[in-house]
Write a protein that binds this ligand. Structure first.
Ligand code: URA
Length: 225
């Protein structure tokens, strides 16, 4: 590790974020029982999956998408031949909401700083938003899931640029079982749709942070300025 300064500083940054996230008091959700749920996965992941907010089981165990929705998500990953270990999985909100209600705009506006950091570090080639709440944060306007699901498109947001895909949230199937076939189809076709779309997109995600940028990010993170 010490021979590769960039790797070293990336690890320091991730640990620093984790400590700060566990201590986050930016909205009232931390007062509810349960743990904060950071994203998980390799920092060089090609795919980043972003769901809405942790559910009961996630808040209990501190890991994203491991409850009933997570089980569905795992099945869908299998359909698309994705290895979960190689994907970065996270949520728009890092704390559970009361009875899993929709996140409030004010909560999203303070919590999204964590997701922006994750984007900056992982710089995935493809982002998959699971559900309209996450999708709408990325594109900045309402998403008609019925029309837009499953189709990759180029997107630039904050420091990140790459391919973006809106998918149905795995929990949507609990309300509408007919959606399962659509979701299976979307995950099955995702790799080939991404290949086709990649041919039309400039690969901006390849840019890496310079050591100076890394140091600056670290200072901001630790509030040294
Ligand atoms: N639903 C989500 O949106 N995220 C989770 O982590 C679990 C359930």
């Amino acid at each position: 590790i010490m021979t590769r300064p960039v790797v070293f500083w990336c690890i320091v940054l991730v640990v620093a974020m984790d400590i700060k996230l566990r201590d986050c008091r930016m909205c009232d959700l931390y007062k509810l029982p349960g743990q904060v749920v950071p994203g998980e996965g390799p920092k060089d992941a090609e795919y980043m999956f972003v769901a809405e907010a942790p559910g009961a089981e996630e808040a209990l165990r501190g890991r994203p998408l491991i409850g009933p929705s997570g089980k569905r998500f795992d099945l869908l990953l299998k359909v698309g031949d994705f290895d979960r270990e190689k994907c970065y999985v996270t949520n728009l909100l890092k704390h559970r909401t009361p009875r899993n209600r929709k996140p409030k705009v004010a909560e999203i506006n303070v919590c999204d700083q964590w997701l922006k950091q994750e984007l900056e570090w992982v710089r995935p080639r493809i982002i998959v938003a699971l559900g309209a709440t996450a999708a709408e944060w990325f594109v900045g306007h309402r998403v008609a899931m019925k029309k837009e699901h499953g189709m990759p498109r180029a997107l630039t947001i904050a420091q990140w640029g790459g391919l973006f895909v809106a998918m149905y949230h795995p929990a949507a199937v609990f309300r509408n079982p007919n959606l399962w076939a659509v979701m299976v189809e979307d995950f099955k076709l995702l790799p080939s749709r991404v290949t086709t779309a990649t041919e039309r997109v400039t690969p901006v995600w390849k840019t890496l942070m310079t050591p100076k940028e890394l140091m600056e990010a670290l200072c901001v993170n630790l509030q040294l300025y």
